[in-house]
Design a binder for this molecule. Structure first.
Ligand code: G3H
Ligand code: 13P
Ligand code: ZN
Length: 331
């Protein structure tokens, strides 16, 4: 059993309290490799933002869970070396079983998500409570989910979204004891968040998505005032990256995300954690494709992963400074 406290990590409790009081959201960036970790940490140190390093079960399979844990431990030291001891959480994204959550807690994660959102309500409550009861013995915080996002959530995919039912949230939060709640108000995972027929097109032919259901968010906030809310599927799918990808041999069709203004608005509410993965994937892919097309003789991985990492850092700083508002909140 390794305690996250010995690794220099923190749980989400204090972080979320400050974020709600301060009207901003903490970035939760997914990572699978060293370059992503470096970009996340150097961006958040440079703009003085707390950060949640997020690991999916796919990431655990890809990178090896032990290596990822040591990388998170390294991230704490790296931040100090860069000059700022920012609060860093190591969080399991979309845990789908008690055993997976327990294994992460036992190996040094400071926060876990148990995603029982696809289960019948009572089973979601029971599973989430089981994880909370275990996690809280070690002061590890737990995120639960009510409502289903459309699209792919790790290995679970859903064609249709089911918005969170505000009338269920008090019961869910009190029965399970969760520390935060992920909700469904119209976001979804991946780079194609909406079908073209759900969108309108602006004068440039760019897809404009339907607005998020801020009415449902407001109703949830009314039921559980001040309780930490989480938004998954919050990439904005920057069209400049889509364009670079498609003009350098890629084929991304109808890629559309959540407009930044909507996320800015959400961050000012009880939404205190915003999950972003796809935008980072797009930034890296755009840069790697560009290097390959512009310089076909290049074969040193540092020459394409380096520019990808630089772009990623820029993107993450932009998110903290201009979208989530978390920049400048660490002294
Ligand atoms: O929620 C999904 C995250 O973007 C993680 O994606 O399961 O492909 O690692 P992944
Ligand atoms: P995006 O696919 O919109 O980046 O969402 C990521 C996410 O919710 C991770 O849990
Ligand atoms: Zn998610």
């Amino acid at each position: 059993m390794i305690s996250y406290k010995d690794l220099g990590l923190v749980n989400t409790r204090e972080m979320f309290k400050k974020a709600i009081e301060g009207g901003y959201a903490i970035p939760a960036f997914n990572f699978n490799n060293m370059e992503q970790m470096q970009a996340i940490i150097s961006a958040c140190v440079e703009c003085s933002s707390p950060v949640i390093l997020q690991v999916s079960s796919g990431a655990r399979k890809y990178a090896n869970q032990t290596l990822l844990r040591y990388m998170a431990q390294g991230a704490v030291e790296y931040a100090k070396e860069l000059g700022k001891n920012i609060p860093i959480v190591l969080h399991l994204d979309h845990g789908n079983s008690f055993e997976l959550c327990k294994s992460c807690i036992d190996m040094g994660f400071s926060s876990v998500m148990i995603d029982g959102s696809h289960l019948p309500y009572d089973e979601n409550v029971a599973l989430t409570k089981q994880v909370v009861d275990y996690a809280h013995q070690f002061d590890v915080t737990v995120e639960g989910e009510l409502g289903v996002l459309a699209g792919v959530e790790d290995e679970v995919s859903s064609e249709v979204a089911h918005y969170t039912r505000p009338e269920e949230v008090i019961d869910f939060v009190s029965k399970t004891g969760v520390d935060s709640l992920a909700i469904s108000i119209g976001t979804s995972h991946g780079a194609n968040k909406f079908k073209p027929e759900q969108c309108t097109r602006n004068a440039d032919g760019i897809l404009v998505p339907p607005p998020l259901r801020f009415d449902i968010l407001a109703e949830i906030e009314k039921q559980i005032p001040g309780f930490p809310i989480v938004l998954h599927g919050s990439s904005s799918v920057p069209q400049e990256y889509v364009k670079i990808i498609n003009t350098h041999g890629g084929a991304l069709k109808d890629a559309v995300g959540i407009p930044e203004e909507e996320l800015r608005k959400a961050a000012k509410s009880a939404v205190c954690k915003i999950n972003i993965d796809s935008d980072g994937r797009l930034a890296m892919t755009a840069m790697v494709r560009k290097v390959f097309v512009d310089n076909p003789a290049e074969f040193d991985p540092r020459k394409y992963l380096g520019p990808a990492r630089d772009e990623l850092k820029k993107l993450y700083m932009h998110k903290c400074e201009n979208v989530l508002g978390s920049a400048g909140t660490v002294e």
